[in-house]
Design a binder for this molecule. Structure first.
Ligand SMILES: NC(=O)c1ccc[n+]([C@@H]2O[C@H](COP(=O)([O-])OP(=O)(O)OC[C@H]3O[C@@H](n4cnc5c(N)ncnc54)[C@H](OP(=O)(O)O)[C@@H]3O)[C@@H](O)[C@H]2O)c1
Length: 374
C-alpha cells in the first residue's frame, strides 16, 4: 500500500471550482475499508454543495472532496471489519460531506476512498462497476423516506415473498434515481406502488414494480390519481423532484390511510445556482424558496397532512443503514430481486471528467444516472 499514490478532485475553498491534485493515501480505521474507486456517480447534491455549500453544508471543512456514490475494489480493511477483504468488489455510500464524517478521506471523488463497512455492499459477479455505481445515495435516500420511523415508517422488505398488498404508497418521480430505488424497495416490502413519470418511462417504472403510473406533465394528474386511488388504504407518499411536495400533499389529503408526505426535494429547483456571481440568483431564488417551504407547511397543516424532509444519509445514524447495505441489498442484488436502475450514462473517464459530468446532470437526464469511470 505504501507504493500507491492518491489523486482527488478537490474543492479548495467554499464556492470554488474543482481542481485535480494529489491527495493523502487514507488509512482505514475501525469498521472502515479502503477502496480503489473504479466508478463514481454524480448526484444533484454534488452541484448544490459546490455552489451553495455555505447554506446546505455549513459544517463542511475545506479543502473538501465531494461525492457520495462509489464502486471499486477493496484494497485494505481496518480493525473489526469482518465482511470484506482485499480484492472484493463493492459499492458504498461515501459520507465525506455528511456532518457525521466531514472529512476528505470519505469523499467519493478520489482514487482511494474510505468507506464504512455498514454503508458498503458486495457487488455480484458479472455486474459492472458502472452499473452498481448508480445505487448508493439513491438507495439510501429512498430507504430513509420509506423506512425511518420519523418518515413513512413502512415495514422493511424481506427475502420471502411479500405479504399481500394491503396498502399502497405513492412515489412521485418514479423514473428518478431515487424513485427507481424506492419503487423496488417498496414493492419488495409488499406495498402496491403508484408512481409518476413521463410516458416514455412508463414501461421502465412498471418493470421495476410499479402497478400504476401517471404522467406528471398532465395538468389533471392530481385529480386523475385521486380518482384512481379511490378508497385505497395509503401508507403515505414519497415526493421526489422539485415542486412535487404540493401535489403529494393534495393527493394524500384526499385519500384514506396514513397522511404523510416524505419529501426528498425542495419546492423549487436549487441545482441551477451559478458557482460565481451568485447575488442575483440568491436575491431572486431564496425568497421564493423560503415562501415555497412556508406555503407547503401551511397547505399541509390546513389539509391535515404531515410533511417531513428527507436527509439521504440519515439511515447511517441508526440500524437502518446496516439493514439496507449489509443485510438487504447484497442478497437482493445477487438474486436479481433488486436491479441497479436507472442505466448508467458514462460521461467520461478520470477525475477531470467530473465537472463536465456534473454539467450534463444539471442539463437534465431521463431515467439515466451520470457516471464517471476511474
Ligand atoms: N434529500 C436528499 O437527501 C436527497 C438525496 C438524493 C436526491 N435528492 C433529490 O431527489 C431528486 C431526485 O434526484 P435523482 O438523483 O434521483 O434525480 P434524477 O435521476 O437526476 O432525476 C431525473 C428524473 O427526474 C424526473 N423528473 C423531473 N421532474 C419531475 C417532476 N416534476 N415530477 C416527477 N419526476 C420528475 C425525470 O422524469 P421523466 O424523464 O420521466 O420525465 C427524470 O427521469 C432531486 O431533487 C434531488 O435533489 C435528495
Amino acid at each position: 500500500m505504501s507504493t500507491l499514490s492518491n489523486q482527488a478532485a478537490w474543492i479548495p475553498a467554499k464556492g470554488q471550482a474543482m481542481t485535480v491534485s494529489a491527495a493523502p493515501m487514507p488509512q482505514p480505521g475501525v469498521g472502515e475499508i479502503l477502496v480503489r474507486s473504479r466508478a463514481i456517480a454524480l448526484n444533484p447534491f454534488d452541484g448544490v454543495v459546490q455552489t451553495l455549500g455555505g447554506m446546505v453544508t455549513p459544517w463542511l471543512t475545506y479543502p473538501a472532496i465531494l461525492g457520495s456514490d462509489v464502486t471499486g475494489e477493496v484494497v485494505a480493511v481496518g480493525a473489526s471489519v469482518s465482511r470484506f477483504k482485499p480484492g472484493d468488489r463493492v459499492l458504498g455510500l461515501a459520507l465525506g460531506v455528511d456532518k457525521l464524517a466531514n472529512r476528505a478521506s470519505e469523499g467519493a471523488f478520489q482514487h482511494y476512498v474510505i468507506l464504512r463497512q455498514d454503508a458498503t455492499t458486495a457487488i455480484p459477479d458479472g455486474m459492472s462497476f458502472q452499473r452498481a455505481a448508480v445505487l448508493p445515495l439513491a438507495v439510501a435516500t429512498a430507504a430513509c423516506g420509506l423506512f425511518l420511523d420519523d418518515q413513512l415508517g413502512l415495514r422493511m422488505p424481506t427475502a420471502e415473498r411479500p405479504e399481500p398488498k394491503s396498502q399502497a404508497v405513492l412515489i412521485w418521480g418514479g423514473s428518478t434515481s431515487v424513485g427507481s430505488a424506492a419503487i423496488q424497495l417498496a414493492a419488495a416490502a409488499g406495498y402496491e406502488v403508484v408512481t409518476t413519470a413521463s410516458p416514455r418511462n412508463f414501461d421502465y417504472v412498471r418493470g421495476l414494480g410499479a402497478s400504476q403510473v401517471f404522467d406528471y406533465n398532465d395538468a389533471n394528474v392530481v385529480e386523475t390519481i385521486v380518482k384512481s386511488l379511490g378508497n385505497r388504504d395509503m401508507a403515505g407518499a414519497l415526493a421526489i423532484a422539485a415542486g412535487s411536495g404540493a401535489s403529494c400533499i393534495e393527493i394524500m389529503s384526499r385519500c384514506q390511510g396514513q397522511r404523510i408526505v416524505s419529501m426528498a426535494s425542495s419546492p423549487l429547483p436549487i441545482d441551477d445556482a451559478p458557482l460565481t456571481n451568485q447575488l442575483f440568483w440568491k436575491l431572486t431564488h431564496l425568497p421564493r424558496l423560503a415562501a415555497g417551504f412556508v406555503a407547503l407547511a401551511i397547505s399541509a397543516c390546513l389539509k391535515g397532512v404531515s410533511i417531513r424532509s428527507i436527509w439521504g444519509t440519515a439511515l447511517m445514524k441508526g440500524p437502518l443503514g446496516k439493514q439496507i447495505f449489509n443485510d438487504h441489498l447484497g442478497p437482493a442484488l445477487a438474486s436479481g430481486r433488486f436491479v441497479p436502475a436507472p442505466e448508467p450514462l458514462v460521461a467520461g473517464h478520470g477525475l477531470n471528467a467530473i465537472p463536465e459530468a456534473l454539467a450534463l446532470l444539471r442539463r437534465g437526464v431521463s431515467a439515466r444516472k451520470v457516471v464517471v469511470s476511474l
